[in-house]
Design a protein around this ligand. Structure first.
Ligand code: AMP
Ligand code: MG
Length: 427
């Protein structure tokens, strides 16, 4: 048995003719091996990439105890206790600025004026904010009611030397860029960018720039895919439209296997399609053909395409423009993140909202209605966009979320809670 068929055959309840969404995702995951190649990049270039190393601080951040406020650094033991409701008068012996350390040591009865970020003067343990103090020359009057250690940021309170802070497999976002910079690290090791090739199949498709003949449509899937892949930070290889011609298709699959880690095709996997696309996919590698219990997006192929020593994962998506987006977000996104080396939790969050209308649904498949999440007073509600046909790409453009109606659920009454996935969370 081939590797792919073997991996999925172990899964409970695996039925290629009626595969629940979760099972399909699990089956795909069981077959994936993340890219192993790593490269060292300057930290700015690591934005959007996946860390291939743990980050362990070599220094404490901040490096010293320092003042969190502009005020006076004092010895707490010098202050009159809260109960006596008495002020304390201290003598200011100097000033500490951020980046300019006060060299002396505070003795009993003394204080030092400190600016935010200034290293705490020796002997001081507490900072009193300047607004509550009265200054008369070098005599500083401190009110009662201060707390020991207040307004002091401890050395290492952000990052501690030796304590790992970022894990390999984690993406570098803006916060991580700054965090790595705060450690003085100039270069980091990241996973190689995943290479993803895609092409559209269909004799009716023409590319932009060619006038439409009767019965032809412009290829939109390659543009949608371009947009969705861009959000994942992969290297994009757009192979154009490929005619429903066995020789041309075979050449395209082989080229994809040579150039990419994964190939995405659209069209050619549905029941009404010319069978040779499927036959070709099957002949060139180990490819499974699934009917997924979902709407839209029922037919899908998954497997590997081999060409000599080259090989790439294949995602054969349906042709309908909405089905392409739904299957991409539900399966391909997940798979590409795994292949790219991500090990953090990147599942698309499922939120709850109140359905503002009734929705037709049959049990036994997961449905992804295109929805508009909106605020109604204090409550978040969701309503479907108009026409929900899988060819109506406008429904995706009008939507800000998917309304996800789970497998076992039947119709939804207005006022019932439903799951929603925000489109902004999909990248
Ligand atoms: P198929 O899955 O190939 O049977 O295609 C299903 C429907 O999606 C047909 O109406 C196709 O014309 C349409 N379609 C397929 N590929 C594309 C594409 N790349 N851009 C726009 N529409 C497409
Ligand atoms: Mg087609």
């Amino acid at each position: 048995m081939s590797g792919i068929a073997q991996a999925v055959s172990c899964l409970d309840g695996y039925d290629p003719e009626a595969l629940p969404v979760d099972k399909a995702r699990e089956a795909i995951r069981a077959c994936l091996t993340p890219v192993a190649d790593v490269e060292s990049v300057l930290i700015r270039q690591s934005l959007g990439r996946v860390l291939a190393q743990d980050i362990v601080p070599g220094i404490d951040v901040p490096g010293h105890d320092n003042s969190a406020m502009d005020g006076y650094a004092v010895r707490f033991s010098d202050l009159n206790s809260t109960n006596e409701k008495k002020e304390t008068t201290l003598r200011q012996i100097g000033t500490a600025f951020a980046g300019k350390v006060f060299k002396g040591k505070i003795q009993p009865g003394e204080c030092v004026r400190v600016m935010t970020g200034a290293v705490m003067p020796q002997g001081a343990d507490t900072v009193v904010v300047q607004e509550v103090c009265r200054a008369d020359q070098e005599r500083i009057v401190i009110p009662c009611g201060q707390k020991a250690g207040q307004n002091v940021r401890a050395a290492g309170e952000d990052l501690k030397a030796g304590v790992p802070v970022l894990k390999r497999g984690q993406p570098v976002r803006a916060a991580e860029l700054g965090l790595i910079a705060s450690l003085g690290i100039a270069e980091v090791s990241v996973k190689r960018r995943l290479r993803v090739a895609f092409f559209s199949t269909g004799d009716e498709l023409v590319s932009i720039g060619t006038p439409l003949q009767e019965g032809q449509v412009y290829d939109s899937n390659r543009y949608t895919l371009h947009g969705m892949l861009q959000g994942l930070g992969v290297e994009i290889i757009d192979m154009g439209v490929v005619r429903d011609d066995p020789a041309k298709l075979e050449a395209a699959f082989r080229e994809g296997a040579a150039r990419a880690d994964a190939i995405i095709t659209t069209g050619g996997v549905s029941v009404g399609e010319a069978d040779f696309v499927k036959q070709l996919m099957a002949r060139l590698g180990e490819v499974l053909f699934w009917k997924i219990a979902m709407r839209p997006g029922r037919p899908m192929a998954f497997g590997r395409i081999n060409s000599g020593a080259d090989s790439a994962f294949l995602f054969g998506l349906p042709g309908n423009p909405v089905a392409v987006m739904v299957t991409f977000y539900q399966f391909v996104r997940d798979a590409l993140l795994v292949l790219g080396g991500r090990t953090d939790a990147f599942e698309i969050p499922m939120l709850k909202a109140i359905s503002a209308s009734s929705l037709r649904k049959v049990p036994g498949r997961t449905e992804y209605h295109r929805g508009i999440l909106f605020r109604d007073g204090g409550e978040w509600k969701v309503r479907p966009t108009g026409q929900q046909g899988s060819g109506v790409l406008r429904s995706m453009s009008e939507a800000n979320c998917f309304i996800v109606l789970e497998h076992a659920r039947g119709g939804v009454e207005s006022g019932e809670p439903v799951g929603v996935q925000l489109m902004d969370a999909l990248a």
